[in-house]
Design a protein. Structure first.
Length: 528
């Protein structure tokens, strides 16, 4: 049996004593794909760690412009190989080549890489701070160890461990990367790692700057997150796995950044319901079912007043869920997770209005599912009913009065997003002003009158939030340059001689345009 090679220290090599093997499955056909991938031993994991540790010092000698060039070259290479990448991802995920993979997601991925390259060249991201009077200077810099990235299954490009947002941020901030492929799309990740290796060869960066393994045991993943040689871990996936990794990392003081689960509550206030219920119903349906609901910003919880308007509204939404065919799920495990979540919610009093069953067909598919529960029942079991069904499922909560609505908002877990729909002429303003401050504390991104599923890669974006959406509310995984700061340490220099300082902290501005905080003033000037 021929195993696909792993990327260790700049070389594609046969795996060393693998613990097992696996194959990807096409979710559109449920058929196993032919390539066989190794489950790496911890011996191989440690080989990556050793090579990455040696690359740390080498990478320190490269200028930000050199690192930026590597990111830009990777973006160019991804574009030139776009069709092959899209076809590989389509076979492993069932996502359509056009427009989802080839145009939309690949474009987002190359844009992230180029934004990270621009931040590298500009250097303002490192927040150079100079106190000239006391001769103390500081800036953000590399961690001194590799960043280990665990990629998710739902975005084979944009969040991929070998090309996505965490990858771009870790490299731009000067760290080597060890990419752990998601078992759902190992072949796609291999192609992306090939792009990265070609980029390293073209730009001359250390060959172990990017390494890639397909899989290893959960126990070895915990050992890796706690290993003395790593700088940090980035994980996107289930809460169960994320919390185990966090516990392992926290025990030894290693940084770990997690994106785990989010229901993204949507509040539809009475005035908005009366004003434009058909439009809002269409928007909720579209947001719940785009990508078959397998977006981390899918609205899994919708809160509205239980009255005649909402009864009519529920009828519209239910009809949309029933009459539109569902899309594909990423695999069998996604089906099992949805069924487990539905079992828990119905046991606690939620009623299935439509769906709730596997959808017949050749691929992994689940009927569009809508549930409903009273506000009173929700408040009896607020934790149990806040269970993420990662797919085309949403729970509607019907509140009876304004005080109950505020209480529901107060019982929400931490989420990536929270949305409030209100009437355009101000009828809902008093109620908005009552619940918005509560919701603001519960979410990373607060929205008005739009669905949360779009996560635009812009400097102002926050794709983060309070626990359990993430492991820390102060960081974002989307939005450059802010996302770079996760993978940095604050380097301080006290009375260090001028010639020994990093360029960013010397009297002369190294680029002429870099922003620095000098004696409390943000400026681009040199020190006089």
């Amino acid at each position: 049996m021929i195993l696909q090679p792993v990327l260790v220290d700049g070389v594609w090599r046969q795996p060393a004593r693998p613990c097992g093997t696996f194959q990807a499955v096409n979710p559109a056909t449920k058929k196993t794909l032919p390539d066989v991938y190794p489950i790496s031993s911890f011996e191989e994991v440690e080989a990556c760690l050793k090579a990455a540790h040696e690359a740390v010092d080498k990478l320190d000698s490269f200028s930000p412009d050199s690192i930026a060039q590597f990111l830009a070259v990777c973006a160019d290479l991804l574009e030139s190989r776009g069709q092959a990448l899209a076809e590989a991802a389509h076979a492993e995920t069932g996502l359509p080549v056009e427009p989802r993979l080839r145009t939309t997601e690949l474009l987002r991925t190359t844009d992230q890489l180029r934004q990270a390259a621009a931040a590298c060249r500009d250097r303002s991201w490192c927040r150079a701070t100079l106190d000239i009077t006391k001769n103390i200077r500081s800036k953000h810099g590399p961690l001194g160890g590799p960043v280990v990235i665990f990629g998710p299954n739902n975005f084979p490009f944009a969040f991929n461990s070998a090309a996505g947002g965490d990858f771009a941020a870790a490299i731009a901030s000067g760290n080597p990367v060890i990419a752990k492929a998601n078992p759902g799309h190992p072949g796609t990740t291999k192609l992306l790692a090939e792009v990265a290796l070609d980029g390293l060869k073209e730009t001359g960066l250390p060959r172990a700057t990017v390494q890639m393994l397909y899989h290893f045991s959960p126990e070895d993943g915990l050992k890796l997150a706690a290993h003395p040689l790593i700088g940090a871990t980035a994980f996107t996936g289930s809460r169960t796995a994320g919390l185990r990794l966090k516990a392992a990392a926290d025990r030894v003081g290693k940084p770990i950044y997690l994106e785990m689960s989010s229901l993204n509550p949507v509040f539809v206030l009475p005035g908005a319901m009366a004003e434009r219920k058909e439009q809002i119903a269409q928007e909720i349906f579209a947001s719940c079912t785009i990508g078959t609901g397998q977006f981390c910003t899918k609205p899994g919880l919708v809160i509205l007043k239980g009255d005649d308007q909402s009864e009519s509204f529920l009828g519209i939404v239910e009809n949309l869920f029933e009459t539109n065919p569902p899309g594909l799920l990423v695999g069998r495990q996604a089906m099992d997770t949805i069924q487990a979540a539905l079992k828990k919610m119905t046991r606690l009093g939620a009623l299935i209005l439509t769906g709730g069953r596997e959808f017949p067909g050749p691929g992994y598919s689940f009927a569009n599912t809508l549930l409903c529960v009273s506000g009173q029942q929700f408040l009896k079991h607020p934790q149990g009913l806040q269970v993420e069904a990662f797919g085309n499922v949403s729970l509607f909560v019907l509140f009876s009065h304004d005080a109950q609505l505020a209480e529901i908002a107060g019982q929400l877990d931490g989420n990536l997003t929270g949305t409030i729909y209100s009437q355009s002429r101000g009828h809902d303003d008093p109620l908005y002003e009552r619940i918005a401050p509560i919701l603001r504390r519960k979410v990373g991104r607060l929205l008005n009158d739009k669905m949360p599923t779009g996560v635009v890669v812009t400097a102002a974006m926050n794709h983060g939030g309070p626990f359990p959406a993430t492991g820390h509310p102060g960081f974002t995984s989307v939005g450059i340059p802010a996302s770079l700061l996760r993978f940095t340490a604050l380097h301080c220099y006290d009375n260090v001689r001028p010639g020994r300082l990093p360029e960013e902290l010397r009297d002369k501005n190294p680029t002429g345009s870099m922003w620095r905080l000098i004696n409390g003033e943000w400026t681009q000037r040199d020190v006089a």
